[in-house]
Ligand binder design. Structure first.
Ligand SMILES: Nc1ncnc2c1ncn2[C@@H]1O[C@H](COP(=O)(O)OP(=O)(O)O)[C@@H](O)[C@H]1O
Ligand SMILES: [Mg+2]
Length: 284
């Protein structure tokens, strides 16, 4: 059995306005130390998948195992980095990260706690800002604290839900490069959720495209054949990059046109406006 094994995961939300079937049977597996990305359109069910993997909500069917153990609720062996900074506003960077250190290492001496906390702060290049409170930080710095906190839990599985999508393009590229470096040093097991095709190819070993839903499923995994360590520069010229990108974009576009054909009751297949045109945007 794989290190992370997800089988037939289904989830619908039931509200007074009706039932929204979101996930229609998600299958996913990761070996220890793998970096896998899930790419899908907004609204397809990516955050729902993260919430299920994190044990924050319960599935209607299917099964999640981490290192052989069924996931039935939240736990410190799964770290989550959310899209929006979820820091405690009254605590400094150091104290926000120290909370995560405490959660998994109860009873440390003060010196040891400080040493481990500072190690994770340095890893995300925040040493000069360690004493600041979240409101004194830029968006990129806040998201670095969130990454440091996720790593400080030393989780068996790190879940990242669009961690950089609220950031401007330059900051986002910097944080992607930092994550690439950190993962190269630590080889944690990571599931990155993103709507950015190029981010997924830069970072992941393997990419699962997600259909738009309702009843979203994951398409066949796309292996990213790019060697590591990876460099952003010139990567887009590599044949392996272009192959992965084409497979991913083709799957995502055809899943949208299939859904549109279904919703127009067998009418002509329609592409989304702008899809299929050269130079289309890199986000889905
Ligand atoms: N708590 C909820 N109650 C009802 N519907 C929800 C809830 N959370 C998400 N949804 C709906 O489920 C669908 C998938 O949402 P989400 O998982 O957030 O997608 P994504 O992260 O891919 O944008 C959307 O249609 C959304 O409106
Ligand atoms: Mg989301």
């Amino acid at each position: 059995m794989a290190y992370v094994e997800v089988r037939g995961l289904r989830k619908a939300y039931v509200t007074p306005r009706g039932r929204t079937p979101v996930l229609g049977g998600i299958d996913l597996s990761l070996d220890e130390g793998e970096f896998v990305a899930v790419v899908g359109y907004s609204g397809s069910g990516k955050t729902t998948l993260v919430s299920l993997l994190g044990g924050l909500i319960a599935p209607d069917g299917g099964d999640i195992r981490l290192d052989g153990v069924p996931v039935t609720g939240p736990g410190p062996e799964r770290g989550i980095v959310f899209q929006h900074y979820s820091l405690l506003p009254w605590l400094s960077v150091r104290d926000n990260v120290a909370l995560a250190v405490d959660a998994v290492n109860p009873g440390l001496s003060a010196a040891e706690r400080r040493r481990i906390t500072d190690e994770f702060i340095a890893l995300v290049n925040l040493t000069p800002a360690a004493w600041k409170r979240p409101r004194e930080l830029s968006g990129g710095m806040r998201q670095r604290v969130a990454v440091a906190r996720g790593l400080a839990m030393r989780p068996k599985l790190l879940l990242m839900d669009e961690p950089f999508s609220a950031l401007d393009a330059l900051t986002r590229a910097t944080l992607q490069d930092e994550l690439l470096r950190i993962w190269g040093e630590r080889r944690s097991t990571v599931i990155l959720i993103t709507n950015d095709v190029d981010e997924a190819i830069l970072l992941a070993d393997r990419i699962y495209p997600m259909t738009p839903g309702p009843d979203a499923v994951l398409g066949p995994a796309i292996e990213v054949g790019l060697p590591r360590p990876r460099q952003r520069r010139h990567m887009s010229l590599e044949p392996a990059y272009q192959k992965a990108r084409r497979a991913l974009v083709d799957f995502l576009r055809s899943s949208v046109s299939e859904r549109e054909a279904a919703t127009t009751e067998g009418g002509p297949r329609q592409m989304r406006p702008g899809s299929g045109t050269p130079g289309s945007p890199m986000e889905v």
